[in-house]
Design a protein around this ligand. Sequence first.
Ligand code: TYM
Length: 340
Amino acid sequence: MENTTVEKKKIVLSCIQPTGTPTLGNYLGALKNWANMCDDYNCLYGVADLHSITVPTFRENPQQLKKNTLELYALLLAIGLDPEKNIIFVQSQVPTHAQLGWILNCYTQFGEASRMTQFKEKSQRLGENISVGLFDYPVLMAADILIYNADFVPIGADQKQHLELARNICDRFNAIYGNVLKAPDPFIGKAGAKITSLQDPTKKMSKSDDNPKSYISMLDEPNVIMKKIKSAVTDSEACVRYAEGKDGINNLMTIYSCCTGKSFEEIEKEFEGKGYGDFKTAVGEAVCAELAPIQARYKELIADKKYLEECMKKGAEMATRISQRTLDKVMKKVGFYQTK
Ligand code: TYM
């Protein structure tokens, strides 16, 4: 007998901040998985611009924020996210996120928000200039996720703690009002979940690092990529093998593995008896090959602002429509007076 039950696709949601051109870390840790999940899931992906004004750099540079937002949107399409099949939106154009964010604030304990390591690190760097928004940002992130009843959230390892917070907020809310919100699971790839800085491989690669040699931007020219990989910090052993204490080489092996699909064992074999120079050349070339088609597509897309704005508008409309349902349900449960 013909199987007439069509299985409903699971929901995937993730966002990225427009705080600069994404790095190879963003790509291998998150964006590449976003693109891979497109066919099997109902995907919603957002440019998290509301999050970006939590730090002074973007509060003080509105033009830069605007420019970054358009560029990041174009880059999301360039990695292969199809706006016809996925919902790709800019967060500030979907008002429901901030609305749910406020409500969830009241179901978040001050103590649990204080334990967020990213807040501790960022606030240490910022000194006196710490906004309440920076503290509150993981709650908005929880709203981003919970408002779509997301099943999976593809992220790098640095966002795992925020996802756990989202689950805790969800459970607390549901404990009072019944099964209203859906607890999401993180989707963290086996390789690439934490790509580290090329200059200090004990730290994560970050687009807000002051030293551009420490990260590869997804739009870096091939000669720049080669130079940055060549100057990556390694060790004095001159042996390509994955081992404790070899953070720099481990990172380059991870990058190479993500770009070529080769396992660490295969890589060790390939470079047996060869020095770091040869290995770095191969890593650089693999990164250039991975990014070249994305960069070419990006150049076409960024030249077509009209198309990008049309996609943005459509994405925001669809995201608003879907998320409004959850918001309405939440508001009703909480007891906000609704007129018919
Ligand atoms: P953001 O913009 O810092 O980073 C976007 C994604 O890239 C991942 N990532 C990395 N993965 C591996 N190695 C690295 N060096 C590396 N650096 C960054 C991040 O884990 C992330 O998945 N708060 C989020 C944005 C956000 C969000 C959300 C994410 C807002 N709302 C809802 C998921 C769901 C952030 O700042 O990511």
